[in-house]
Design a binder for this molecule. Structure first.
Ligand code: BG6
Length: 474
């Protein structure tokens, strides 16, 4: 489906996210024929960072050349570029943006729908939303809000109140780009479209779950954002917890936004308050010398923690979450570890005795994604010896991935279509902040870790008697 005609306003248009993801993503949607037949994209930023329309087009061209999947050239690029303009906006001074919106709407014709994407630091959300309300820009428009949504429960509630004064819930799209990843969406298909997996998807068969998102990137010059945010708020409370909800939820009554959000919220409802004693906070060596970082900074660039769900399906099954910067590999992996069979009648494989690892289902949800079932099998030969084996589903082997959209692309498209299925609810987010309170109030001290490692040593203890699936040892 193609969305109705739109005027899209990109707040934070000169920032990192706009350059890395949003401008290349919009261009990719244009190439895929998924933008409205008539549209305009207006970049916005405070006057101090404002660009002229020509400069903005130049910036977009460079961003697409560096981060896009296809080159900024040919007729599609010409058309996309000519749809870009710029309008500065500062609190109390929205004149230039209002003019840009009026011009864009005249160019598109027939009262297009407005979509505002807030790719700005969280502290700027309230003022932008209030201005959208007081200038009348918000009328009939939809709002995409970046994460983190608040920094704790009171701030998330206050932010919700501010936004609800201007936009009703059906027009608010709290974005978490992991939910737009093909292979995260595929968790729903895997679980609920097949008879094979769901019967064992519970505490009777699964011993523990790992959700692991190590990154090789450092803070990449984003000290201004990162110092006040840290890995827990930047990553853990958003992306891995949203994945956890897809892994842990009960089958929804239907594949609708309401049913999906209801089931995810129930998972968060069952989340036991986070325990500082089951959390490792780390900081990569050299972080305190990064430009813009306080020399005594206590901000974590790494978090690993153990969480539990108090519900019938998952009682007693620990979920281990890890994410951090400057680690050895960039990966996106969910591992479901299965329980041992009740009797051991085979000679034990050496690895099995050494590592306490049993069969696993490994969901690699980086684009383009793969799922691997790892298990023991008989080695060929006269003896009954067991060896490690695997069955692999790779997206690229089974499907033509040429039409795959990246997380942001899929979600911006859904927001234009008004489909909230893959967006987070305010209840869910508030519940996550509520459960995080003990940890936020009492964070354990940060432990240093070497760059290119897998984090502080103490994470091994955290996961005992299991072990981290990464680094892969087989
Ligand atoms: C963003 C975080 O939400 O997710 C970044 O702000 C992080 O710090 C990024 O690098 C990771 O996203 P992806 O899709 O590249 O794994």
């Amino acid at each position: 489906p193609r969305p109705d005609d739109h005027v899209i306003v990109l707040f934070g248009a000169t920032g990192d996210l706009a350059k890395r993801k949003l401008l290349p993503g919009l261009y990719h949607l244009a190439r895929a024929g998924l933008l409205p037949s008539r549209y305009r994209v207006i970049g916005s930023a405070p006057a101090a960072d404002a660009l002229g329309t020509e400069q903005f087009r130049e910036q977009a061209r460079e961003a697409v050349a560096e981060f896009g999947r296809t080159k900024p050239e040919g007729p599609v690029w010409q058309e996309f570029e000519s749809a870009l303009s710029f309008g500065a906006a500062d609190p109390g001074a929205y004149g230039p943006l209002l003019t840009a919106v009026r011009e864009a709407e005249e160019a598109v014709g027939n009262s297009p729908r407005r979509l505002f994407h807030l790719a700005v630091p969280p502290k700027a959300f309230p003022s932008v939303v209030q201005e959208l309300g007081s200038t009348g820009l918000a009328e009939g428009g939809r709002l995409i809000v970046e994460k983190p949504f608040g920094t704790d429960l009171p701030s998330a509630r206050a932010l919700d109140e501010t936004i609800h004064a201007v936009f009703d819930e059906s027009r608010i799209f709290r974005i978490d780009h992991f939910l737009g990843k093909e292979s995260v969406d595929n968790i729903l298909a895997l679980r609920f479209a097949n008879g094979l997996f769901e019967p064992v998807w519970n505490r009777d068969h699964i011993s523990h779950v790992q959700i692991d998102v190590p990154e090789q990137l450092t803070i990449e010059g984003r000290a201004g954002f990162f110092e006040g945010t840290g890995t827990f708020r930047d990553m853990i409370v958003t992306h891995p917890f949203q994945i956890l909800a897809f892994i842990a939820m009960e089958p929804p009554a239907a594949l609708t936004a309401d049913s999906l959000r209801t089931e995810k919220d129930k998972v968060f409802q069952a989340l036991r308050p986070l325990d500082p004693a089951c959390t490792v906070r780390g900081q990569y060596e050299g972080y305190r010398s990064e430009p813009g970082v306080d020399r005594h900074s206590d901000t974590e660039t790494f978090t690993a923690l153990r969480v539990e769900l108090d519900n019938w399906r998952w009682a007693g099954v620990p979920f281990f979450l890890r994410s951090g910067k400057a680690l050895a590999q960039g990966r996106h992996v969910v591992t479901l570890g299965f329980r041992e069979p009740p009797l051991r009648m085979f000679p034990l494989a050496a690895q099995d005795t050494a590592g306490g690892r049993h069969d696993e289902l490994v969901i690699d949800f980086a684009d383009p994604g793969r799922i691997t079932a790892r298990f023991l099998a008989k080695e060929p030969g006269p003896d009954m010896r067991l060896g490690e084996a695997e069955m692999v589903f790779a997206y690229t082997d089974c499907f033509n991935t040429a039409h795959a959209l990246e997380g942001y692309e899929r979600l911006i498209l859904d927001a234009m279509l008004g489909d909230q299925s893959l967006f987070t609810s305010s209840h869910g987010i508030e519940r996550l902040w509520e459960a995080s309170a003990p940890l936020l109030e009492n964070p354990p001290p940060v432990e240093p870790y070497a760059r290119d490692s897998w984090g502080p040593e103490s994470i091994r203890r955290l996961i005992q008697p299991y072990r981290w699936y990464l680094p892969e040892s087989r």
